[in-house]
Design a protein around this ligand. Sequence first.
Ligand code: FAD
Ligand code: NAI
Length: 475
Amino acid sequence: MSKQFDVIVIGGGPGGYVAAIRAAQLGFSAACIDEWKNDKGGPAPGGTCTNVGCIPSKALLQSSEHFEHAEHSFADHGIGLSNLTINVAKMLGRKDAVVKQNNDGILYLFKKNKVTFFHGRGSFLKAGDAGYDIQVSGAADEVITGKHIIVATGSNARSLPGAAFDEDKILSNDGALRIGAVPDTLGVIGSGVIGLEMGSVWRRLGSEVTVLEGLPTFLGAVDQQIAKEAHKAFTKQGLMIELGVKIDKVTAGKSSVTITYTNAKGAACKLEVDKLIVSIGRVPNTIGLNAEAVGLKLDERGAITVDDDCRTNLPNVWAVGDVVRGPMLAHKAEEEGVAVAERIAGQHPHVNFNTVPWVIYTSPEIAWVGQTEQQLKAEGREFKAGTFPFLANGRARAMGDTTGMVKMLADAKTDEILGVHIVGPFASELIAEAVVAMEFKASAEDIARICHAHPSLSESTKEAALAVDKRTLNF
Ligand code: FAD
Ligand code: NAI
């Protein structure tokens, strides 16, 4: 007889591993199957996020930011340096060590919470009286049975037609995190989150980076006042961003890649670069899941169809994270994973998509929650806006990092906060206050009346709240 579990999670990324841990905390027998292998063929749970996404990209962003500070801003502090060098192999080694710490941390958490881990691929075999039979193929081949199945198989990078990833010259996020030497020239197709983060890493280290974006608007989903400020900062740093282009052809040669494209004015252009990162979005991953065996329904994008509660078309089969609709973010995947485990336990959790924060970890960082000014205008909702520049913030001046602003949008009548948008230092940390405020349906006045530490960047959030009522104290 096969091993029986109350809950089997297929996929050990942030959606899956967290769902398995929460299920175990709730008293269920829980298993998690994940196929990711480290360079020695061993298990590397944590998914895209841990292995080729959030964690390694932030490790390289940190290293390259140190380098840029050493090169450009240490002198302002009276710190002299000569013969500054970057050892790319060491930087990549540090990044790999950070990834491994996270992989090992998840294996430890599985043990601590009594989650049974299977290293291999999980695929549906059939539905029966005891639940769903799942084939595990990997280090050991076996069939396990689960009353509830949570699918958390994530996503893969989308390639450009006719330009498959070779991870040597045409790079997905995977190759972009493993470039062995600073390329003289780097092309990036897509000025979204990955394009800007990875483009920043290699620009800081000395590459000449050109970003080609299909849409005519820079960061169209971001509040446009914030996006314009960010565009100005990136351009000043030397990132070359061309908007409104149409990519015609990508050809990988022996030592370079040639991109022919039509620019926004309709002119035929050619760009030759040492390496090319293609970051034009991601596609849900159901490869090898054998969804057909049980009739699991996918939508036209290949995502698993789910309702608001992450229920699929099959009884007791759930799906969370990048493989379903909604933003492809690790924290969104985690919230869904926890919520599903709690629903299986009969609880009534709720994931509020309107308060899922977004962060782009460039310098300046960009972070936001809630609605943008352009969305509110399109809805015809009356609102008040308050902004406060970091230039007028004492801590930002002391840090020497005064680019950007905090912008708060509040309902014109009730003063409820509808959105907060930040471009500037530590926006990724500052946004947490805005998320809490919005979860508790705070008004701008609530934030304006709260005592914020001085000197701190968070005073800019308070001042933006005061600005909503046209009464900033420091600007
Ligand atoms: P994944 O993390 O993709 O995990 C899915 C797992 O399932 C993988 O380990 C896969 O091997 C496994 N799997 C798939 N099929 C099977 C199967 N049949 N059997 C067994 N195992 C299987 N998000 C943020 O919130 N913040 C960031 O800073 C951020 N940075 C990013 C940077 C980059 C470069 C990239 C590419 C993404 C980034 N993301 C970030 C997005 C984030 O990584 C994803 O939203 C998140 O990983 C989704 O989690 P998931 O659990 O749904 O899927
Ligand atoms: P993205 O959706 O952020 O950006 C893709 C960009 O490529 C868009 O601006 C789009 O207009 C452009 N594009 C699409 N097709 C094109 C074409 N043919 N030619 C030129 N431009 C084209 O996708 P990206 O950067 O690949 O990242 C995928 C996802 O991973 C993100 O949406 C996000 O969910 C997640 N992520 C999150 C991070 C974070 O939270 N800090 C960091 C990195 C990734």
